[in-house]
Write a protein that binds this ligand. Structure first.
Ligand SMILES: Cc1ncc(COP(=O)(O)O)c(C=O)c1O
Length: 297
């Protein structure tokens, strides 16, 4: 199965004209940056593998994407989590529910008093029939698929009248932004990002861990922004984005990047923005009710 060549659409937000790379449309179940990061596993031949093994939050986008990948490959997915909150176990929704529907085995390990990664290493002990993927796909494996995303952007840029293109995307582990920068910087295309998890120093350390010394530019907000915390301004921006573009954005990462871009744009009006829609929309099923409870519709 070949998944590639997502469309690029044209929009305007708060007077910022921009192009949108619709990676949310890669595949109904296997889309966004997780699909790009795990693409090497979809395309590769792994005759011995029967079980895909990962860990993280029971609400993570990566759980759903790994479940979809396992299904596409005919593998079993074992996904280790610290614990499954009672409310989620009683009323599954979002990524958790979709992963269960795809046959994922979601295994809580809190009783062992081990971190899920340590549990996998010391208790589960994967053998040659298992394929282990680090949390959020933060690994070298991701470069293959993210470079393909870069190549699609490059081909599109080359078909456009000459302009100074800048590619923007928010970061968690920074894997997607880093490998995109590695590919596109060869062609003089700038990549900008923001650190949604842990701040600029954490993100720079993540980039270094991935073995690259040339990094994308990291934009920052004036005040500290905490991952997963509800900010009224984020909710407003998300609503305005939906209204002005007719596209649903993701609630955990996208609002912070757009807040940075609103500050960045006035000094960079000569540049043409390309924003990457990195999917993750199922996560909105749990984020949106939280925002609505706090701030109303
Ligand atoms: C929608 C969305 N945007 C951005 C990110 C951050 O990606 P990365 O960890 O590659 O920086 C994620 C997490 O993978 C995500 O799900």
């Amino acid at each position: 199965m070949q998944l590639a060549n997502t469309p690029i659409t044209e929009h305007c937000f708060q007077h910022i004209p921009f192009f949108l790379k619709r990676d949310d449309q890669l595949h109904p179940h296997f889309s966004g940056n997780k699909a790009r990061k795990f693409m090497v596993l979809l395309d590769g031949h792994y005759p011995l593998v029967q079980t895909l093994i990962g860990y993280g939050s029971p609400q993570a986008n990566s759980l759903y994407s790994m479940a979809a990948l396992a299904k596409l490959k005919g593998w079993k997915l074992e996904f280790y989590v610290d614990r499954i909150p009672t409310w989620l176990a009683e009323k599954p929704l979002g990524n958790y529910q979709a992963a269960l529907d795809l046959g994922a085995h979601i295994i809580p390990v809190a009783e062992s008093h081990l971190h899920p990664a340590d549990y996998i290493k010391t208790v589960r002990k994967p053998n040659e029939t298992c394929l282990f993927v680090p949390e959020g796909g933060r690994c070298q494996l991701a470069e293959y698929g993210v470079s393909k995303l870069g190549a699609e952007i490059l081909a599109w840029v080359q078909s456009q009248p000459e302009q100074k293109f800048v590619v923007a995307l928010p970061s968690g582990t920074g894997t997607t932004a880093l490998f995109l920068h590695k590919f596109l910087s060869q062609y003089g295309i700038e990549v900008i990002t923001c650190a949604c998890v842990g701040g600029k120093e954490y993100l720079t350390a993540q980039f270094n861990l991935l073995g690259e010394s040339s990094h994308p530019e990291i934009l920052e907000l004036e005040n500290k922004h905490h991952f997963g915390k509800l900010y009224q301004q984020d909710y407003l921006i998300w609503q305005q984005l939906n209204q002005q573009t007719g596209v649903e954005f993701e609630l955990l990462y996208d609002p912070m990047m757009w807040r940075c871009l609103l500050e960045w744009y006035p000094k960079n009006q000569d540049k043409q923005l390309i924003y990457i829609h990195q999917g993750g929309l199922l996560g909105n099923a749990s984020m949106l009710p939280r925002y609505q409870r706090k701030y109303g519709a």
